[in-house]
Design a protein around this ligand. Structure first.
Ligand SMILES: CC(C)(COP(=O)(O)OP(=O)(O)OC[C@H]1O[C@@H](n2cnc3c(N)ncnc32)[C@H](O)[C@@H]1OP(=O)(O)O)[C@@H](O)C(=O)NCCC(=O)NCCS
Length: 183
């Protein structure tokens, strides 16, 4: 596993966080650490108790702290984008999946989730990831579209789940840029 301290090149996808009076830091967190925020941020959908992603062979959780308080989270899982006719878990293509993205209601609109996403994408590219995908709530679809994610297919209405779209972002240009910067 990559340690946060080994990460370099932070400027590649840095996002300006609009909070000049806060001390902002994005750090690796445990799933348990992020759970109280997910309970609030993802309501009315219930959070799954840890380990919610026991199937994953590789994953990391990121948290954004404003003045040492955890205010935004996202989980990134090594998981291939399923093909139309298969839904089984596989890790052959070095795709990553975003899950559980949430910011506390009082802290929204300050660029925090965007910064968590940027940092997650950076780390995925560092791990040679080629694509990031996820099922994004319809209510947050505009947030994802504005951040360059491509919608795949139509809105999905599935009993027991929030209405959502599937989104993806091809990371090959970022991977190439990182390789070029290494030379
Ligand atoms: C979606 C969410 C994570 C965004 O968090 P955030 O920290 O407020 O996001 P940022 O501040 O980085 O980005 C805010 C931008 O997205 C837009 N945005 C955020 N949430 C939005 C929403 N639900 N619908 C439309 N636009 C939204 C804001 O208008 C703002 O746009 P701007 O960059 O043009 O100013 C947050 O609204 C949230 O936790 N929502 C509830 C849980 C949820 O839906 N999670 C996604 C599950 S797939």
């Amino acid at each position: 596993m990559i340690n946060n301290d080994t990460m370099i090149d932070r400027g590649m996808w840095s996002h300006a966080v609009a909070s000049p009076h806060s001390d902002i830091a994005i750090r690796r967190i445990s799933e348990e650490e992020g759970l109280p925020l997910r309970d609030i941020g993802l309501a009315p959908a219930p959070s799954k108790p840890p380990p919610a992603f026991g199937y994953a062979v590789e994953l990391f959780h990121l948290g954004l702290f404003a003045n040492e308080a955890l205010v935004s989270v996202g989980t990134f899982i090594l998981e291939d984008l399923p093909s139309a006719d298969a839904s089984t878990y596989s890790v052959k293509q070095n795709h990553w999946r975003l899950r559980g993205m949430a910011t506390l209601p009082d802290h929204r609109g300050k660029g925090y989730a965007s910064a968590v996403l940027d940092r997650g994408i950076w780390e995925i590219v560092f791990r040679q990831g080629r694509l990031l995908w996820f099922n994004g709530r319809s209510a947050a679809a505009q947030f994802y579209r504005a951040r360059g994610f491509r919608q795949i297919g139509h809105e999905r209405i599935i009993p027991g789940l929030q209405p959502h779209f599937r989104f993806s972002m091809d990371l090959s240009d970022k991977l190439l840029a990182m390789e070029e910067r290494k030379r």
